[in-house]
Design a binder for this molecule. Structure first.
Ligand code: UDP
Length: 330
């Protein structure tokens, strides 16, 4: 019996593979290496290079590796890119996920853990935002994920597939043991971009909008550390294995930081006053997204360990240094 981790050569999937192996589970990673790296797959996991939308490949894996559960991380995740390339997002995040779900049902997979996103909420009327509010995504990324949430609910009813949907807020930081971090070739996420600016790997940081209806005018987000996030996945898997009901949970700490606050923390932790340029708004960005984070604690017993922005930034910086040295050595 093994867990199939799609996108396991990427940032969050890679941390999931590590965490599963750390507790002695058998792990098969399916990744097309479009943004992930073979070296990011922990030794001990079996890496299969391929597409999760490749039905014949997925059928073969489910049968040969006796896949009991799928943790589906592989996706395109950049909001402005989804605005520019909606069909690419609907193909990758939605249509191929439909194919994966079908193979999972046909292959008798019992449990499915889905990486969803706070972007399904769009511009919430109030923050923190709780799971039961009406969903109104404002960009193709959020819509591409919401459609999979809907498919999962329908498939669960029709075919009995057990699922947990985890709606991620803003994931950041790195493995506390320094084994892995965010390695994507093109950085777009705030803490990674700011870390690169602090280390002089880029010539500063652009702040996309300071005219939002927030305390300092820049966007507010809830930054969750990646190992804490992965811990919610392990608990979700245990919950399903124990016969728990299907669930949808926010994953965040319930506290927001503005872009300008994050920039200050990165400057303080790094000790570098890198250049910051105020720019116009970026397409698809909601003003504020902060998790109502009760359900994940109450239903999964989740207790975060790294709910501290300077700690998260320190981890991001330290991984960025390692990554830079690794690239320099290549
Ligand atoms: N952001 C920014 N400069 C950057 C990267 C991001 O001002 O170089 C802002 C972005 O506009 C958003 C927030 O930081 O308001 C978080 O963006 P990110 O891409 O990290 O995550 P998202 O919330 O889009 O998933």
């Amino acid at each position: 019996m093994a867990v199939l981790v799609t996108g396991g050569a990427g940032y969050i999937g890679g941390h999931m593979a590590l965490a599963l192996l750390d507790r002695g589970e058998e792990v098969v990673v399916l990744d097309n290496l479009s943004t992930g790296y073979a070296w990011a797959v922990p030794p001990g996991a079996k890496l299969v290079v391929g597409d999760f939308g490749d039905e014949a490949l997925v059928d073969k894996l489910i049968a040969e590796e006796k896949i009991e559960a799928i943790a589906h991380f592989a996706a395109k995740i950049v909001v402005p890119e989804s605005v520019a390339d909606p069909l690419g997002y609907y193909l990758n995040n939605t249509a191929k996920a439909r194919a994966l779900l079908e193979r999972a049902v046909k292959g008798g997979v019992k449990h499915f853990i889905f990486s969803s996103t706070a972007a399904v909420y769009g511009e919430p009327a109030a923050n923190p935002v709780f799971e039961e509010v009406a969903l109104a995504p404002i960009n193709p990324y959020g819509r591409s994920k919401l459609m999979v949430e809907w498919m999962l609910a329908d498939v669960a009813k029709a075919h009995g597939l057990g699922f947990v949907v985890l709606r991620y807020f803003n994931v950041a930081g790195a493995d506390p043991q320094g084994r892995l971090g965010q390695s994507s070739p093109v950085a777009t996420h705030l803490i990674k971009v700011a870390s690169q600016a602090a280390l002089g790997h880029r010539d500063g940081l652009d702040v996309f909008g300071t005219d939002y209806p927030t305390p300092d005018g820049s966007c507010v987000r809830d930054y969750i550390q990646v190992s804490d996030l992965v811990d919610a996945h392990l608990r979700a898997l245990d919950h399903l294995r124990a016969g728990g009901e299907n669930l949808t949970c926010n994953c965040g700490y319930g506290r927001g930081f503005s872009v300008l606050e994050v920039v200050e923390v990165v400057k303080t932790v790094s000790g570098v006053d890198f250049p910051v340029r105020i720019k116009g708004r970026r397409a698809g960005d909601p003003a504020s997204l902060v998790a109502g984070a009760k359900r994940v604690r109450e239903t999964l017993g989740w207790i975060p360990k790294y709910d501290n922005l300077p700690t998260i930034v320190e981890q991001a910086l330290s991984w960025e240094r390692r990554l830079h040295n690794r690239k320099a050595a290549e």
